[in-house]
Design a protein around this ligand. Structure first.
Ligand code: ADP
Ligand code: ASP
Ligand code: MG
Length: 451
């Protein structure tokens, strides 16, 4: 077969029939796109997450269910209400209503994942019908057959080797004659129970499938024409970056550039698959190529922001000249599946930052009483909220004189904490109060990234 591309479309790209038609045109523009990975239509996952939490009143539940039905019905009616698909969609909506009711009585993580997964199952059904009506040979594929994960509901870890084997066995043979339409975000454990990869996980799914199938390119189609120098919603002078390295883009994704799920680039890097990020609304506007190497490697490339950080300060006199204190801390966090972002230490204390929700699908807080009790048992714990993590991304940043001065001059009026610099040549990060965050990003962008 000639070159093969996996194309992923996000929620706004499949928000309604008109948006889906634009996706269909992008997919069929070249013969290379053989796998299409979709998110749920815009707003659907949020509604499902609310239902999955099981805390809505009966009246609120009804309103949510009605909103879901309206989004699906609008697309269905544009497709001429084909009876078979109508039946399937009504069946899914009924299942959602049943599960939502169940969640109010006794919610558990497995049920939550089964519920929030329905958005992707619906959008892919609708898009497959659209592609077939347009005369293309498209086939709907339940990704749970091949997207094998562990059982950590809400933020499951993919099993790379199993996904490779299953994708080669069950999906690869279809590509010769079909365009395969499948779901992002969702997977299944070895027992066949539905899991999810965490909010925004469809980018990651697409990259995992690209890796498993060994394709030539991955396209991420979203609502902005590429990766920008910072979030364009935050800074209107932000501009698209035509080309960026895997390392820089991975740092951006990790430190808050929502345009890519943090784990997206890992599979692409493993297989050296170039990634294109573009806008499904303006496919001709170009976008960003993420590759191994780029022509330019500026000192400052971008600035990112991640809100809702927890700062955990652990204090223990036993830490002085002792071995194994940090190992103990990290083993507790690891046991609870909590990942640490920044870390600084002093003589008798260590400070670490955590993401409030760890980006789990249903937004449960990672720092529950169980973790705190275990930490409190051997050190004094202080928890601070309302902090945001700002990261400057670039090249050779720890090798060039004066980087710190340039950065901290720009934000001298703000209370900067937890500065982390030097672990990577690609970033410099710090915490600021949540209320200062937007202004700090704007000032940094203006000073260091303005055109
Ligand atoms: P999708 O639903 O297509 O996955 P997302 O909302 O997850 O889209 O990601 C796209 C959004 O990411 C943009 O609308 C933009 O506001 C935000 N964003 C944050 N940082 C950046 C950045 N550096 N470049 C581009 N977009 C960014
Ligand atoms: N639908 C999921 C979410 O809203 C996954 C995704 O869009 O990537 O988080
Ligand atoms: Mg996204």
């Amino acid at each position: 077969m000639s070159k093969v591309t996996v194309a992923k479309f996000g929620g706004t790209s499949v928000a309604d029939a008109e948006a889906m038609r634009r996706c269909a045109a992008i997919v069929t523009q070249t013969a290379n796109t053989r796998v299409v990975v979709l998110s749920a239509s815009s707003g659907v996952t949020n509604l499902l997450v609310d239902l999955a939490r099981g805390t809505l009143s009966a009246a609120e539940q009804e309103i949510h269910l009605k909103k879901l039905k309206t989004i699906q019905d609008n697309i269905l009616s544009e497709l001429g209400n084909p009876s078979l698909l109508r039946e399937t969609m009504d069946g899914i909506l009924k299942e959602i209503a049943d599960m939502a009711r169940q969640a109010t009585q006794n919610s558990d993580a497995a049920l939550e994942d089964r519920l929030v997964a329905q958005g992707e199952l619906m959008s892919t059904r609708l898009f497959t019908e659209m592609m077939n009506q347009l005369g293309h040979k498209a086939v709907w594929f339940d990704v749970r057959k091949i997207m094998r994960t562990d059982s950590r509901f809400g933020r499951a870890t993919p099993a790379i080797e199993a996904i490779h084997n299953l994708a080669q066995q069950d999906m690869a043979p279809l590509l010769k004659d079909h365009i395969v339409i499948t779901q992002g975000f969702i997977g299944a454990n070895a027992d066949g129970q539905t899991t999810t990869l965490g909010r925004g996980g469809s980018d990651f799914s697409a990259a995992l499938l690209a890796e498993a199938l060994g394709v030539d390119e991955l396209e991420i189609w979203t609502d902005v024409p590429g990766i920008y120098t910072t979030d364009p919603r935050l800074v209107k002078e932000a501009h698209p970056i035509p080309e960026i390295t895997f390392s820089e883009a991975a740092e951006m994704a990790t430190f808050g550039a929502k345009v890519l799920h943090p784990a997206t680039l890992q599979p692409a890097v493993r297989k050296g698959i170039p990634v294109f990020v573009g806008s499904s609304k303006e496919p001709s506007a170009g976008g960003t190529w993420v590759r191994d190497t780029t022509e330019s490697s500026p000192l400052f490339r971008a600035v990112t922001l991640r809100r809702n950080q927890i700062l955990l300060t652990l204090h223990s006199p036993n830490m002085l000249h002792a071995c194994g204190f940090l190992a103990q801390v990290f083993s507790i966090l690891a046991k609870h599946g909590i990942s640490v972002d920044l870390i600084t230490t002093s003589e008798v204390s260590v400070a670490i930052t955590l993401d409030q929700t760890g980006s789990s699908s249903t937004g449960r807080s990672v720092l529950h009483d169980g973790v705190l009790d275990e930490l409190n048992a051997f050190c004094k714990v202080k928890v601070e909220n309302d902090l945001a993590l700002v990261a400057l991304i670039g090249n050779r940043m720890s090798e060039v004189n004066g980087v710190g001065t340039q950065v901290f001059d720009a934000v001298s009026e703000h209370n900067v904490r937890m500065i982390c610099y030097g672990a990577s040549t690609h970033n410099l990060c710090f915490l600021v109060p949540e209320s200062d965050a937007s202004l700090v990003v704007q000032k940094l962008h203006q000073r260091l990234l303005g055109k």
